[in-house]
Design a protein around this ligand. Structure first.
Ligand code: SF4
Ligand code: SF4
Length: 126
């Protein structure tokens, strides 16, 4: 079992990506960035980036500490595909690659950019 903490873009969640159903589906089906795991996936935390201008870096160890206090270890952190989209196609002020690399170094677990593979606006299709 891989226990995963997901961080989402606070500006996108529930606007173009409703109720995080895409990440739950992607994790359950091991699609997109979840395809790299052979084990089943348990999402043990799902929380925001801290909002603009980008408070993700200090927030990650704080959230993982809260999860640990519940007696749960996190095996990997994923930045949602929403954060990737905000960074690559929006005006996200974070250097997301740098944040992921730095967080991975201090936590000593994988910090992966991206989650589900589904297109952003599929919720509006029939
Ligand atoms: S990409 Fe995932 S974490 Fe981000 S808002 Fe969509 S479902 Fe939630
Ligand atoms: S644009 Fe970037 S910093 Fe702003 S809420 Fe989204 S992920 Fe967070």
């Amino acid at each position: 079992m891989k226990r995963i903490a997901i961080f989402y873009c606070k500006k996108i969640k529930d606007h173009t990506c409703i109720a995080c159903t895409k990440c739950f589906k992607g994790a359950s089906n091991r699609e997109g960035e979840f395809a790299q795991y052979d084990d089943d996936i348990e999402i043990v935390a799902l929380t925001d980036c801290g909002d603009c201008p980008g408070l993700l870096y200090p927030r990650i160890p704080m959230i993982l500490g809260a999860v640990k206090n519940m007696g749960v270890e996190v095996d990997a952190v994923h930045f949602g595909s929403c954060i990737k989209m905000a960074y690559e196609h929006g005006y996200c002020p974070m250097e997301v690659d740098e944040v992921a690399a730095k967080a991975g170094n201090i936590l000593d677990i994988p910090v992966i950019i991206g989650t589900h593979p589904y297109e952003p606006y599929m919720a509006f299709r029939k």
